[in-house]
Design a protein around this ligand. Structure first.
Ligand SMILES: N[C@@H](CCC[C@H](N)C(=O)O)C(=O)O
Length: 311
């Protein structure tokens, strides 16, 4: 390009190099950055550019490790969707977070307490690359999810313009809708997921899970994630699906959840108990880059109504 206008590449050639790891939990993939040793500022448009699978690193979520702001907590864990929105919870990310801080020798603890935008969660390195996460007590009160309803129910009927849809609404720190289907392979995940993500009854948008019951301790699940589209796995979505299935009387307390990217084991003893999630965390590679400039070069998923953008 001539005429004095800066290209994305030229902007990228300025500023210090930032180290990062590329990781995934069952194919739900992350860029993970240690912001303790290398503090930095990101804007939503920069995150969108980094998330771009053709022009950037490519990921479903960006995970940032920061120093804690509370006593008796080891780290602060910040999560950004590919569309640049900051969110409260990411289950697969939490397992990768635990592996990252141990691999990078930021801690050698096996039980790691982490501050999120929705409170403190506890991560336990089990063995090899397996991590167990205490995902907290699910929130079922509609106002707190948030979901517009007059009173709490296990199943709500929601008008989407065509056939009404029956769904359960659950917060695992982040909002989820769970729809029980006959067969996840033929479920209209993108079409219905994208409509329900922005449904007015979910004022902070929502993650939309499509749940097939195989038996009382085995389900199949696909999730259309808020701010990232359909992913190969969603940890908080798996927890919400088991909670919804238990509330409907369809599942036992320990369930194997089969997602397109692999399996998680989810355990929930019932109302008032926390949901426990166990699964793998995988490192793919480490790299370094210069952050993109702050004018938008993104070609991927700009939210028309972002839920939160305080970075
Ligand atoms: N992949 C995640 C959830 C990430 C956040 C989600 N898209 C949201 O906006 O709430 C998981 O494994 O839980």
């Amino acid at each position: 390009m001539s005429g004095g206008q800066e290209t994305g590449q030229q902007r990228r050639n300025q500023g210090p190099l930032l180290r990062f790891s590329k990781m995934h939990g069952l194919g739900n993939d992350f860029m993970v950055i240690d912001a303790i040793s290398q503090p930095f500022r990101l804007r939503p448009e920069m995150i969108r550019e980094l998330a771009d699978r053709n022009f950037g690193v490519g990921f479903d979520q960006l995970l940032v490790v920061e120093p804690p702001g509370l006593p008796d907590v080891d780290f602060r864990y910040r999560i950004f969707n590919a569309d640049g929105s900051e969110v409260e919870q990411c289950g697969n990310g939490a397992r990768c977070f635990a592996k990252f801080v141990r691999d990078q020798r930021l801690t050698n603890k096996k039980i790691i307490r982490v501050q999120t935008a929705n409170g403190v969660i506890e991560l336990r390195a089990v063995k090899d690359s397996m991590v167990m996460v205490n995902m907290g007590v699910p929130e079922l009160n509609p106002a707190a999810i948030p979901f517009a309803a007059e009173r709490r129910k296990d199943v709500y009927t929601v008008d989407v313009g065509t056939e009404p849809v029956e769904l359960s609404a659950v917060s695992m720190g982040n909002p989820h809708a769970v729809i029980v289907v006959e067969d996840v392979d033929s479920a209209p995940v993108s079409e219905l997921g994208s409509r329900l993500e922005y449904h007015p009854r979910f004022p902070s948008r929502a993650n939309i899970g499509f749940l097939q019951i195989v038996s009382r301790n085995h389900v199949r699940l696909r999730v259309y994630e808020r701010g990232s589209g359909e992913t190969l796995a969603c940890g908080s979505g798996a927890c919400a699906a088991v909670v919804a299935g238990r509330l409907r009387g369809l599942l036992d307390d320990r369930v194997e959840v089969e997602l397109p990217g692999g399996r998680l084991v989810i355990e929930w003893q019932g109302e008032g108990a926390p949901v426990m999630m166990e699964g793998p965390a995988t490192s793919v590679f480490e790299g370094q880059l210069r952050l993109p400039g702050d004018s938008s070069g993104s070609r991927r998923r700009k939210p028309s109504r972002p839920n939160k953008q305080r970075i």
